[in-house]
Design a protein around this ligand. Structure first.
Ligand SMILES: Nc1ncnc2c1ncn2[C@@H]1O[C@H](COP(=O)(O)OP(=O)(O)OP(=O)(O)O)[C@@H](O)[C@H]1O
Length: 233
């Protein structure tokens, strides 16, 4: 059984008498442990899909099965539990708590789940063991994003969702961050979804899902995903 099974998922937003269809009849499957990239231009519906997979929003219709459970009709309380237990998020702007150290930011996340990963081990995984006592303002953008990745991975999530994780970083730092995500995924067996508008970055995926104008344009399985070190953009 596929780990993620999205079938005929549609999300529309109603503002007065104006209807925006952000996702239209989206269907795809993802195997457990895969690194998937979702590629598409601005406004295509990528964040809407990621929010639905992460339990931050629900579809208007269709089903969204994660590990065999359809979360499409979850109550707000069920969604909260799902987000807390199953999902790690990495955003474009790291969203760290400024008055907590790197270690404390990671600890905070690990405290809300029963099955947390060791905090030191997680900081080591992202190459920041020696910066654990630093506050976010004392870290570079790339280091802050690595803390955000450690925070997401510390929850030991089944699903790691990354929305434009390199959007605020320069080229070289962006590559390092993608490498950390790819390594963390491989080492922990976590299923990872990375949203990007960059077609070069998308090639790091075991599967590349292209979205355009709210619809799936193509789903391509990459038998040989490009190692991050070889990606140029
Ligand atoms: N809460 C909302 N209310 C109304 N319309 C929305 C809402 N959220 C998203 N939309 C609309 O849905 C469409 C898809 O938006 P979405 O943010 O998913 O696109 P995206 O591919 O992530 O774009 P970007 O790369 O610019 O972030 C857009 O037309 C957007 O304006």
């Amino acid at each position: 059984m596929a780990y993620i099974e999205v079938a005929h998922e549609t999300r529309q937003f109603q503002n007065g008498d104006q209807t925006t269809v952000a996702n239209r009849d989206i269907s795809f499957t993802v195997e457990r442990g895969a690194v998937v990239t979702i590629l598409g231009p601005s406004g295509a519906g990528k964040s809407t899909l990621l929010n639905i997979l992460g339990g931050m929003d629900s579809p208007t219709s269709g089903s969204v099965k994660i590990d065999g459970t359809d979360i499409a009709h979850f109550s707000p309380k069920q969604l909260t539990t799902y987000r807390r237990q199953a999902v790690g998020f990495v955003f474009q702007f790291y969203n760290l708590i400024p008055n907590l150290t790197a270690r404390e930011n990671v600890e905070l996340a690990s405290q809300i789940t029963h099955d947390a990963r060791d905090v030191t081990e997680t900081l080591t995984l992202v190459g920041l063991k020696d910066r654990a006592a630093n506050f976010p303002a004392q870290l570079s953008g790339g280091e802050q994003q690595r803390v955000a990745i450690a925070r997401a991975v510390a929850k030991n999530p089944k699903l790691l969702l990354c929305d434009e994780p390199t959007g605020a970083l320069d080229y070289q730092t962006g590559k390092q961050v993608l490498q950390v995500i790819q390594d963390a995924a491989r080492q922990t067996g976590t299923t990872v979804i990375i949203v990007t508008h960059n077609s070069a970055i998308a090639q790091m995926g075991d599967q590349v899902i292209r979205i355009n104008d709210a619809q799936i344009q193509s789903v391509v399985t990459n038998d040989h995903p490009t190692p991050v070190a070889e990606i140029e953009w």
